[in-house]
Design a protein. Structure first.
Length: 169
């Protein structure tokens, strides 16, 4: 299997994790970590369920992978995630020694791998982490958009930020 096909296979697994988050009412971000052709970690956002600001898909996946390997060093592993990692997650990626990050949609608000800030390139730890973005980006972004649209509808917010109705005198 060529690299592109393999990357898509694992990103689809990450998308399934994101769908689990969606079903649980969490922001739909999913992550899968692969080493030597084997999935060693997977997870999805559980911030609301765990009441923990650090319960991002990447952090939970890194914890699972480290547990499976019984080692915090994830040298040679690739992390697949549906949304560009935030700075916190990018720091965890560096600390866990993950070799490669493949993400779906860029995060224009909190992206920590180059879109907003770049925690990875030229890092103080001198770790070489390859970052590739945009894999299945439309599908990844579509799931996020659907989630936030659903949340707005549940709250009775049409998403229309314009003035509506009569003005108060």
């Amino acid at each position: 299997m060529d690299q592109r096909a393999e990357d898509e296979k694992y990103m689809r697994m990450a998308l399934r994790e994101a769908e689990r988050a969606f079903d649980e009412g969490e922001i739909p971000i999913g992550c899968v970590i692969v080493k030597d052709g084997t999935v060693i970690g997977r997870g999805h956002n559980q911030v609301e369920m765990l009441k923990d600001a650090t319960a991002h898909a990447e952090i939970l996946s890194i914890g699972t992978a480290s547990g499976k390997l019984e080692n915090w060093r994830l040298d040679g592993a690739t992390l697949y995630v549906t949304l560009e990692p935030c700075p916190m997650c990018a720091g965890a990626i560096l600390n866990s020694r993950i070799a490669r990050v493949v993400y779906g949609s860029p995060d224009t608000r909190f992206g920590g791998c180059g879109t907003t800030v770049d925690v990875i390139s030229g890092n103080a730890l001198k770790r070489d982490v390859k970052v590739e973005g945009g894999l299945l980006a439309d599908e990844c972004l579509g799931l996020l958009k659907a989630f936030f649209q659903k949340m707005r509808l549940e709250k009775g917010d049409s998403g229309n930020k314009g003035d509506v109705g009569p003005k108060a005198s």
